[in-house]
Design a protein around this ligand. Sequence first.
Ligand code: 5GP
Ligand code: ZN
Length: 137
Amino acid sequence: MADPDCIFCKIVAGDIPATIVDEDERTLSFMDIAPATRGHALVIPRAHAPDLLSVDGEDLKAVALACRRLAGRAKERLEADGVNLINSCGAMAWQTVFHFHVHVIPRYEGDPLRLPWDPAPGDPEEIARAAQELART
Ligand code: 5GP
Ligand code: ZN
């Protein structure tokens, strides 16, 4: 179902323009208007769902497969050295458009992108406590 206030639903409907690079029955992929690197694309389900936690499972699978198609093309055709898939779930996690999407970001040797955290060994007890919560069914 479309959300009349959603910018990505408007792209799906063809009401606002987008540079489409891939599509299938369930998904649409188009270029990000503010690319992090050359070839940065967004993959979305055609059906509106605000985020990762609400997206239909079959749509999620279709989005994952579309991401893999684009990642392969980025390597083959844009000569990317690697690819990041990024999903932000919730405003605190940097989500700004609330129609589920995955960023497919080609990576190039020497590009300016950096990890947003400094990897450092964690406290094993705290890791174990968090793991207990995550594993609880
Ligand atoms: P988020 O911040 O939610 O993870 O990602 C939203 C992305 O959508 C941003 O990278 C932003 O540049 C992109 N974006 C926002 N509005 C539009 C638009 O109208 N067209 C396109 N192609 N991308 C958009
Ligand atoms: Zn939408």
